[in-house]
Design a protein around this ligand. Structure first.
Ligand code: RNT
Ligand code: ZN
Length: 417
């Protein structure tokens, strides 16, 4: 390691030690945190089977060249991104990313259709997470999938979700790391419905069927993701927050909180300490809504930092599975992964460098002046020196040096697609 980096780290270490924070211990802890990198940033949520145009009220904008067209290209891009992100992580797959030469319908998917992903994950030392894909498909009709009044349509999606759970189980078994399978349904309506309850009743019953088989939680955990609105689904979403949270808590499922799925001034950071009290693991879809669920690349904004603070201060990292969820096709897609993932890790580092006990004591004594003064001063503490040292120690480029590697990769690989 460059002597300068080491020296700056030692200086920062001393400064943090003055607050009782042990930076070496922080870095050892940070190294344990896994981020689930969403495969769908690599190809604008197209996938490899059934890659019809994107539906379900989500949208990708931009036409930056170089999107992955095959599973091999996607894996190559992921490898590049992972080589620029410190730590060992997971990859989050959607069902439409099956790697198979067979024509296969979503409800007929089997573990074997993901065998190449598993082989690759083993080779790379990665975990895998999973999602059924209940959109971009002709059986997503009238804006409804699993809550559709037509039993044939509903059953198709039930079978697809059941098949997905089996794939999650297979990932967990093969990789020795629990897979989190997340269920998100775009179901809803553009205009105000008369009957809001019937679709919810159907969705509830359908989920009961999806989860009816026993699966070892060491292999697979299931999460349900709520939403408030989507494009063309502005007035009503079947799987609302109350629906999903109620379902999850009652049925021992994980609550998935997506940062873009709430009212524009509502934050998921403020929900963590509440949800965590009710005996559930949490899945996060860390995203960045800009005025709506726009799925912008995650930046180091106040909400990201607050999410990280809540996880660290309340010791929730053990029960929280951190996934990223955004899709930006207007910039280099590998860079999009790297920026978001590095920011998530950086935010966790900053949170871990906080002398929380001292702040909590001030708060407990109602010394709110000290609390505010310290929180503000801490913002200019030298966390950057700790981050740079961590990057070097973990064998990834320091500061923006990663960008050069992405540019080179773009010139050599992406621009030739
Ligand atoms: C959509 C949800 C969902 C998707 C992915 C592709 O609003 O956030 O998680 O982004 O499943
Ligand atoms: Zn999401």
């Amino acid at each position: 390691m460059e002597a300068k980096l080491e020296k700056r780290y030692q200086e920062a270490k001393e400064i943090y030690a003055g607050l009782g924070v042990d930076t070496d211990a922080v870095l050892a802890k940070l190294e344990q945190v896994k981020i689930s990198l969403h495969c769908w940033q690599g190809d604008d949520v197209r996938g490899f089977i059934n890659n019809k145009s994107l539906s379900g009220g989500i949208s990708v904008t931009g036409s930056y060249p170089g999107a992955a067209r095959t599973p091999d290209e996607l894996r190559q891009d992921l490898e590049k991104a992972l080589s620029l992100i410190p730590g060992k992580h997971k990859i989050n797959l959607h069902a439409i990313y099956a790697d198979t030469d067979e024509e296969v319908e979503l409800d007929k998917l089997k573990p074997q259709h993901f065998a190449r992903w598993v082989e690759w994950a083993k080779k790379e030392g990665l975990g895998l997470d999973f999602n059924p894909t209940c959109f971009s498909h002709p059986k997503f009709q009238n804006g409804l999938s699993i809550s559709h009044p037509d039993a044939d349509i509903r059953n198709f999606w039930i079978r697809h979700c059941q098949a997905s759970r089996k794939i999650g189980e297979y990932f967990g078994k093969e990789l020795g790391q629990t897979c989190v399978t997340n269920y998100w349904f775009p179901d809803g309506s553009k205009d105000i419905p008369v009957d809001r309850m019937a679709p919810r009743k159907r969705m509830k019953a359908a989920l009961d069927e999806v989860f009816s088989a026993d699966i070892n939680p060491a292999y697979n955990l299931d999460a349900v993701e709520s939403k408030l609105f989507g494009i063309g689904v502005e007035s009503y979403v079947v799987g609302s927050h109350e629906f999903c949270m109620g379902y999850a808590l009652k049925n021992n499922k994980l609550v998935c909180l997506d940062a873009g799925h709430f009212h524009p001034t509502e934050t998921i950071s403020n929900k963590l300490s509440a949800v965590a009290l009710f005996d559930t693991d949490i899945l996060l879809h860390v995203s960045r809504p800009v005025r709506w669920d726009s799925d912008h690349v995650v930046i180091m904004d106040d909400e990201l930092q607050e999410i990280a603070h809540e996880l660290v201060r309340n010791d929730l990292l053990g029960k929280t599975h951190i996934g990223l969820d955004y899709f930006d096709a207007s910039i280099n897609r590998v860079a999009a992964w790297v920026i978001g993932a590095r920011n998530m890790i950086k935010a966790l580092l900053r949170a871990m460098l906080e002398p929380t006990a001292m702040l909590a004591e001030a708060e407990a004594n109602f010394d709110l002046t000290t609390r505010l003064a310290m929180l503000e001063e801490l913002k200019s503490y030298p966390f950057g020196a700790v981050w740079d040292y961590y990057s070097a120690k973990m064998g990834v480029p320091v500061r923006e040096a990663w960008l050069q590697e992405v540019k080179q990769y773009e010139a050599e690989v992406l621009s030739k697609r």
